[in-house]
Design a protein around this ligand. Structure first.
Ligand code: SAM
Length: 355
């Protein structure tokens, strides 16, 4: 991770945003109490159809202050976090440039693909960050370091509940540790972004050669800086995980972390197929993401679905309700597992082995 020092106003604004996380669990608890009082925490009373269920729950919550405050801060956060992080970055950009140049060189290499065919869904401004993953030439730093590591990483941790994360970095290491082997030769990560899971892979599998791809060049550039800063030798390349350009049967493990909920179902299936193709026989697939709706209570599933709307996550519902086990088996994976990671259900693991 690069060293940097925020200016006072940038730091104060980011701290203000991350402090929202402190009130969210209390507001959620209040809403659950209100629903309980109206008999709406009982799965039997709630509709199976999510839109119908949303009507039941949101109608009942409408008069509740906790619900209104939750909406207000959710909306404010989603609307302003991208601008605030960009402004905080711009205040320190001149001081960061020398490090950006320094860490663009080193054992962690980056192979850009200027001819990449960018899929249409990817242009959606996910998280409602203006312009999406490449919406600013330095979005790798703005999103990876300021939004993700600073705001999300510094937010007070919610209680271990449902599919909410606990500590974003130890979660990644614990999850990587769920792979059945430690002796992988070559690992491919799909959708590495600025590299936080790539770093977890390097720590958990110190003898492996780590390859990682993403569509976003801005994110990959930040991953390269982080890799070189930390003395890693990752092979980063710009590619769509649906079509990595890697040879058949060339990796021992293909893995990803929290990309599935950002993808349309057909893209998830294509990525699973591509992973199968590039895995060696006997190789493992390990993908971590949010819990499927069927694995949590109907109220928790509604809450997740509702928060996804604030978060600018149009594909969350599809990925959380797809037939993942069926798709994995159809592709040819064996020993398929689709289960949560204790002690919470987060991240949810999709595992399969290529026979
Ligand atoms: C939530 S971030 C991934 C986070 C990262 N793995 C981590 O541990 O924080 C999602 C990333 O997936 C990338 N992405 C989306 N669709 C992709 C695809 N088809 N192929 C490769 N990367 C993709 C996005 O550009 C973005 O950087």
């Amino acid at each position: 991770m690069l060293d940097y020092r925020l200016k006072q106003s940038g730091r104060a604004s980011l701290d203000f945003l991350s402090s929202f996380g402190a009130v969210v669990p209390a507001l959620s608890r209040k809403q659950t109490e209100a629903l309980k009082a109206k008999g709406l925490t009982d799965d039997a009373k709630l509709a199976n159809d999510m839109d119908e269920r949303a009507g039941q729950i949101e109608g009942a919550l409408e008069p509740e202050i906790a619900y209104r405050v939750s909406n207000l801060i959710g909306e404010w956060h989603a609307e302003h976090h991208g601008r605030i992080a960009k402004e905080a970055f711009e205040q320190i950009a001149p001081e960061l440039r020398p490090d950006f140049e320094k860490y663009a060189k080193g054992a962690t290499t980056l192979t850009p693909n200027p001819d990449i065919e960018v899929p249409k869904y990817w242009r959606y401004p996910v998280h409602r960050t203006t312009g999406g993953w490449d919406g600013h030439p330095d979005m790798g730093f703005i999103h990876g370091e300021l939004v993700h590591r600073y705001i999300v990483g510094k937010s007070p941790k919610p209680p271990a509940a449902g599919n909410l994360p606990t500590d974003i970095y130890s979660d990644r290491r614990n999850f990587a540790g769920r792979a059945p082997r430690r002796d992988y030769g070559k690992i491919l990560e799909i959708g590495c972004s600025s590299g936080p899971y790539t770093e977890a892979l390097a720590q958990v599998f110190p003898s492996a050669e780590v390859w990682a791809c993403d569509i976003s060049i801005a994110q990959l550039e930040q991953a390269q800086r982080n890799g070189n800063h930390d003395g890693r030798a990752w092979k980063l390349f710009q590619a769509d995980g649906q079509n990595t350009g890697q040879p058949d049967a060339s990796f021992d493990l293909v893995t990803s972390y929290i990309i599935l909920h950002e993808l349309p179902v057909e893209v998830i299936v294509n990525i699973l197929k591509e992973s199968f193709r590039v895995l060696k026989p006997g190789g493992d697939l390990l993908f971590g993401d949010v819990a499927p709706y069927a694995a949590i209570s109907k109220v928790d599933a509604w809450r997740t679905d509702y928060m996804a709307k604030f978060g600018g996550e149009p594909f969350w519902r599809g990925s959380s309700t797809m037939d993942m086990i069926g798709e994995m088996k159809k592709i040819g994976f064996v020993d398929v597992k689709y289960e949560g990671t204790p002690p919470t259900k987060y991240p949810w693991m999709t595992y399969g082995r290529k026979p």
